[in-house]
Design a protein around this ligand. Structure first.
Ligand code: AMP
Length: 190
């Protein structure tokens, strides 16, 4: 099993690259943001709760997010591996993910991080907001709050995976194809 965490701040290109990599490596792609948006669209209780945080650019509480992630993983007993996009985002989530993978006799093989400067992120997200239909992309204050939340709670995960010698940084600026090549070079070498 090859399990990859695709990491990086909002707007780094995780979703775009995960869609390509899942095909290339036959991995199950789980995007926690996408699962939350699906629940919002379907007006579930989880969706209502998640929306109250997402609209402000804040993270959804760990307990809710971890339970939801576990359910998503359990839906794919046949998986050859997973690509996690937007999870983990806190140390508690990273620890829960390690335990979950262990119960499957597996582990996270690598965190591959897309590195992009903040100024570029804001520009990209504002541009994406013109067509994504995502309310959290349409408002610059919310975009900046998402990036601030990333530095408050998520950025430390780099050290978490570095300690385990599982962190791989990749330049996230360039064409989609160039970035896929950089990510694939890391994954192929695992
Ligand atoms: P994303 O689609 O990854 O940009 O996520 C959109 C929003 O969903 C985030 O700004 C958070 O509010 C929420 N979210 C997604 N993944 C997580 C997570 N792992 N932990 C907490 N909140 C999350």
């Amino acid at each position: 099993m090859k399990n990859i965490v695709l990491f990086g701040p909002p707007g780094a290109g995780k979703g775009t690259q995960a869609e390509i990599l899942k095909e290339r490596y036959q991995l199950v792609h789980i995007s926690t943001g996408e699962v939350f948006r699906y629940n919002i669209k379907n007006e579930t209780a989880l969706g209502t709760l998640a929306k109250s945080y997402m609209d402000k650019g804040h993270l959804v509480p760990d307990k809710v997010t971890i339970n939801m992630l576990k359910d998503e993983v359990e839906k794919h007993p046949e998986a050859k591996g997973f690509i996690f996009d937007g999870f983990p985002r806190t140390e508690a989530q990273a620890e829960a993910l390690a335990v979950l993978m262990e119960t499957k006799g597996s582990q996270i093989n690598a965190m591959v991080a897309l590195e992009v400067a903040d100024g570029i992120l804001v520009e990209r997200l504002l541009e994406r907001g013109k067509s994504s239909g995502r309310p959290d992309d349409a408002n610059e204050t919310v975009i900046r709050e998402r990036i601030a939340e990333y530095y408050r709670k998520t950025d430390i995960l780099k050290a978490f995976y570095q300690k385990q010698h599982k962190y791989y940084g990749v330049d996230g600026v360039g064409s989609i194809e160039e970035i896929t090549l950089r990510l694939s070079a890391v994954i192929d070498a695992l």
